[in-house]
Design a protein around this ligand. Structure first.
Ligand SMILES: NC(=O)c1ccc[n+]([C@@H]2O[C@H](COP(=O)([O-])OP(=O)(O)OC[C@H]3O[C@@H](n4cnc5c(N)ncnc54)[C@H](OP(=O)(O)O)[C@@H]3O)[C@@H](O)[C@H]2O)c1
Length: 323
């Protein structure tokens, strides 16, 4: 099968289109014929092998996982002997175990769900990791309630486009922070207010928020907390950092420690994809309150260009690979 393969850590041109063996599903896994994949900033971190501390888990000198991509949508080709939820031919979406930038990928049964009927494979592949991350941040960690004031920093990136829509669906008054070019996109997602970060710093305004979901991490934690109501919570969600050794983990650790002493500091959270979250997102999609946003779609062979684009940090929605 065709697959994008990475033999070394490095810039996106370390990714090559090669012929490799089809992955074999374990007993509790599904083999998916990939119709579309999506890549996100986590894939970019893994390609680069930075921050270096991450290599303790991903392979010290070379990446253990040679094929990039987690988000997947496609058709079930075969199932392991313990799989009961899916059958050959089912159209599914979710998180792949082997890399999804390939003709076939394996995925654990509990990290897949049936594809939302009205979405294309490309739209479906744009949902899993970013959608689940937004759901956890807004609904589970943020516990957003009707009428609350929510600010999403990085509102038009992969996670942000879902976070704004989910917060609106839960009845919040949403402020979206993004660059000038993306203000209209933010409004189209339902944002009640927009802040252009090139002109205004949301931490300096007099406005106060019940929840800040921070997908960027470009303001000091203490300044973010000053933009909160008395019981408001700032939830940091990774973020970019120039530091090559620990990257955003320094800020994440500081936030985790801060959450012990300040009720306004939320703990960073991690969002492994689970079927129930995919089903919850499907319910939002089917009710019309959530629509995937695709910025660019690339053919498989152009995955390096797609990865380069993701690495720039200004994707408006999601970057999809169509097979
Ligand atoms: N917790 C988890 O399990 C989990 C899972 C997935 C992702 N994440 C983390 O979530 C974060 C967001 O991921 P993503 O996929 O949404 O990233 P993304 O698609 O690259 O989006 C980045 C966003 O940051 C904005 N931005 C860039 N520079 C900015 C600046 N100087 N000031 C304000 N905003 C700026 C961009 O807005 P413009 O385009 O308008 O400039 C864009 O909206 C990442 O840090 C990622 O590591 C966490």
């Amino acid at each position: 099968m065709r697959a994008i393969v990475q033999h070394e850590y490095g810039p996106p041109d370390a990714l090559r289109l090669e012929d490799v063996a089809k992955p074999v599903p374990k007993d509790d896994q599904v083999l998916v014929r990939v119709e579309a994949a999506a890549i996100h900033v986590g894939d970019w971190f893994l390609t680069q092998g930075v921050p270096y501390i991450m290599r303790l888990g991903t392979g010290l000198r070379k990446p253990r996982k040679r094929v990039p991509g987690f988000d997947v949508a496609g058709r079930v080709e075969a199932v392991g002997k313990d799989v009961t939820t899916f059958a050959e031919g089912d159209e599914v979406f979710g998180e792949a175990s082997s890399g999804s930038c390939a003709d076939f990928a394996t995925a654990a049964e509990d990290k897949l769900a049936l594809k939302p009927a009205d979405l294309t494979f490309e739209q479906s592949a744009a949902v899993p990791v970013s959608g689940v991350t937004a759901l956890r941040g807004i609904r589970d960690s943020g516990k957003v309630e009707q009428g609350q004031k929510v600010l999403v920093n990085g509102a038009t990136g992969g996670v942000g486009v879902y976070a704004v829509q989910i917060a609106k669906a839960l009845g919040a008054e949403v402020t979206a922070v993004c660059s000038t070019d993306n203000l209209d996109l933010a409004r189209s997602l339902g944002a009640d207010h927009v802040v252009d970060y090139t002109r205004e710093d949301f931490t300096k305004s007099a406005q106060r928020y019940d929840l800040i979901l921070d997908n960027v991490g470009n303001r000091p934690l203490a300044e973010c907390r000053r933009a909160l109501t008395d019981n408001g919570v700032h939830i940091p969600n990774s973020g970019r950092s120039q530091g090559r050794w620990v990257g955003p983990l320094g800020r994440m650790s500081k936030a985790a420690l801060g959450s012990v002493v300040s009720r306004n500091q939320g703990r960073p959270y991690y969002s492994p994809v689970k079927r129930q979250e995919l089903l919850d997102l499907t319910a939002f999609i089917e009710s019309g309150s959530l629509t995937p946003v695709i910025d660019r779609t690339y053919p498989l062979a152009e995955t390096p260009a797609a990865m380069e684009y993701v690495g720039l940090g200004h994707v408006a929605g999601k970057t999809v690979i169509a097979l």
